[in-house]
Design a protein around this ligand. Structure first.
Ligand code: ADP
Ligand code: MG
Length: 147
């Protein structure tokens, strides 16, 4: 997949499988957004930037794919934004730019193993986003920037 890859659309209710309970809420896109992905899009975990409506641009990790742990029947794009929001933002517009690839999809033996991997992904995302080349993409015209 050619990076950075830009994606935009409405945040909808996910599968209600309690990502929040894992301490890791993931904003889900509607099916039309997911279906707009190129057929050969490489599934896996990506890091990049995210913006809710006209808000600040934050760091994020996004899972693109079939999520084997939950045996999804549907492809999904789920974005965890590295920011504490005061409230949910269902119905908002979410812009993301996928800047880099962290890993492919994996199976986990336990929920603990899954949570440990998510923590590792978040740390790896932060480290990668600190690089100058990634920082530049935070200022990309794709995002709205208030003057
Ligand atoms: P769902 O199954 O509906 O996606 P989640 O438990 O994954 O439920 O929670 C996702 C929702 O939580 C998002 O749609 C958003 O409204 C809200 N949310 C709050 N903080 C964040 C965050 N830091 N990153 C992503 N979503 C967040
Ligand atoms: Mg979710």
């Amino acid at each position: 997949t050619l990076l950075p890859f830009f994606l935009e659309g409405e945040v909808v209710k996910g599968f209600g499988r309690g990502s929040k309970d894992l301490g890791c809420p993931t904003a889900n896109y509607a099916l039309e957004v997911v279906q707009s992905l190129p057929k050969d899009f490489v599934p896996g975990v990506y890091y990049g930037w995210a913006q809710v409506d006209d808000g600040p641009v934050y760091e994020m990790v996004a899972n693109v794919g079939w999520c084997p742990f939950y045996q999804n029947k549907q492809m999904s794009v789920e974005t965890h934004i590295m920011n504490e929001f005061n409230s949910d933002f269902y119905g908002s517009n979410l812009k993301i730019s996928l800047v880099g690839y962290l890993r492919g999809e994996m199976n986990f033996d336990s929920l603990d193993a899954l949570i440990a991997q998510i923590k590792q992904d978040i740390q790896n995302a932060k480290d990668n986003l600190n690089q100058t080349s990634a920082q530049k993409l935070k200022e990309h015209n794709f995002f709205s920037h208030k003057q």
